[in-house]
Every structure is written in C-alpha cells, then in structure tokens.
Design a binder for this molecule. Structure first.
Ligand code: R5P
Length: 271
C-alpha cells in the first residue's frame, strides 16, 4: 500500500503553507457564483498587482486560464466545486465541476471545494468531499474544504464552525477554510488539520480587517484566504502587505495599520 500522504502531497502543501507555518492566500474565486462582483469585474486587473504579495491564489479554472499568465509562478488552489448562483435561495446545491485531471493539467498545488453542513445539500457536499479526497490522494494533490454558510452568515459561531471544520477534517481534507468567530480557539482545538480564515464581506474599516487577522492567527489559524477585504479596498496592495505583515512577520494591529498607511501614501515596502 502506498502512504496516503505522499511526498508529492506534502510538497504541494508546502507551497501553500510556507516554511514558517503560515499562509497568505488570495481568494479571487467569487465569480463562480457571484459573477462580476465589485472590483473583480476584470480579474486580471485585480489579480496582477497582488500576485507578488500572495503565497497562493484561490481561483477557478476559467479565471485562471483567461486572466493569469501561464508563466506565473504563484501556486494555485483551484476551486473545483460550483453549480449554483447568487440568484438561488439555496446556495448549498454544489458539487465538483472541475476534474482532478484538469487540476493537474493546470498545475494546481491544491483543489478546493465547499461543504454546506446543516444545509439542504449537506449530504451531497460531504460525500463529494470524501470522493474528491479519494481521487486527489491517488495523485498527491491536497484538498482544501471550505465550510460555506451560503447566505446564512449568522451561522458563523464556534459551535457550528467547530462542527463543520471537524467534519471536513474527518472526511480527509488537508486544509480547512472557515470563518473567524468568538471562541475561535475552540474551533482550532477541535480540528486536526490546519485552518485558514476567509475575510467574509467587506468590513467597515481596515483596522477591523487587521484585528480579525491578528485574532485568528493568535488563536491558531495558520493564515488567511482572503478576498473582498483586500481587493474591495481602495488600496488593495497596501492591504495585502499589511495582512501579510501580521501573518508572516508577527506584526501587531498597530504595526499593520502603519504599514498600510505608509504603502497607501506611496512609500513602497518590501514583501
Ligand atoms: C466563497 O465561497 C469563496 O470561496 C471565497 O474565496 C471566500 O469566501 C473568501 O473570500 P472572502 O475573504 O471575500 O470571504
């Protein structure tokens, strides 16, 4: 029997979670159910200036093939689930839409799919995750599971997210993406694989984003897989640099805010 976690799987995971144990992932996969959402109307325009500051890019195959140069060196976490749009009341009716073969053809470092625990299509998404893990482990490809809540944002508490993240890990996900919440430490403690957090809808201030990032890292998240709070900001490059400073450099909220201000005001910082 071959080991389940092969050298290839570990090597690909290492492109996403950096040697310091942390990860900054840029999420730009929103179009798969939201269409041309604000500031992601032209993905290439949004993504290109942010590429030097992200460890990996979470994206669909369509956006990757059309909006990112094939010579790009950024590791790709390929969103492989979908099947429903923002117009639907129930966003949980997702299944795998992109094959593992295509993910390999696109040189993905991992694949990502959503699970909808407690939703009408809980069963199909959980079984789908198990099947995706089966297939991906055959070829050494890590699977990231997203504990999606659809339009029910109020679900995001430690009890629900603790359940959903644990289910994802038990089904075999190698990384889980979830939301930050009060008592997040409890979610981390109950999940035996690394957790990254989404940013969620745009927060009121940059300070709120830095605080969210800081709290998540300090409660045990390995990093962020953040979208709207970066590219819907008027200064996305400054935002990702500041978030990166918290995740990788141990910056405080205040230091991140200073970094943001410096970059926003035109003083270039290093990666
Ligand atoms: C949503 O399902 C997408 O997978 C996004 O990648 C995810 O929500 C993270 O982006 P944001 O930080 O904008 O919430």
């Amino acid at each position: 029997m071959r080991p389940i976690v092969t050298w290839g799987l570990r090597n690909r995971l290492g492109r996403i979670i950096q040697p310091d144990g942390h990860a900054v992932m840029l999420a730009v996969d929103h179009g798969y159910f939201m269409g041309p959402t604000r500031n992601l109307e032209d993905p290439r325009k949004t993504i290109t200036p942010l590429l030097p500051y992200t460890d990996s890019l979470m994206i669909t195959r369509g956006a990757l093939r059309n909006c990112v140069d094939a010579t790009a060196t950024v590791p790709v976490v390929l969103r492989v689930s979908g099947g429903v749009s923002i117009l639907s009341e129930d966003l949980s009716k997702e299944q795998v839409t992109t094959s593992v073969r295509d993910a390999l053809r696109l040189n993905a470092s991992a694949v990502a799919m959503s699970i909808f625990v407690g939703s009408p299509h809980e069963h199909q998404t959980l079984v789908g995750l198990g099947e995706l893990v089966n297939e991906c482990e055959e070829v050494g490809l890590p699977v990231l599971a997203v504990t999606a809540v659809g339009k029910e944002l109020e679900k995001r508490d430690a009890r629900y997210l603790g359940l959903a993240t644990r289910l994802a890990a038990e089904m075999g996900a190698h990384i889980v993406k979830t939301y930050f919440c009060d008592n997040f430490r409890k979610v981390v403690d109950g999940c035996p694989v690394p957790l990254v957090i989404a940013g969620g809808p745009k927060l009121n201030t940059e300070q709120d984003v830095f605080q969210l990032t800081y709290d998540a890292i300090h409660d045990g998240a390995v990093g962020v897989d953040m979208g709207r709070n970066i590219w819907q900001n008027d200064h996305p490059v400054a935002m990702i640099q500041a978030v990166r400073a918290i995740v990788h450099d141990g910056a405080s909220v205040r230091e991140a805010a200073d970094r943001f201000k410096h970059r926003k005001d035109g003083k270039r910082g290093k990666k």
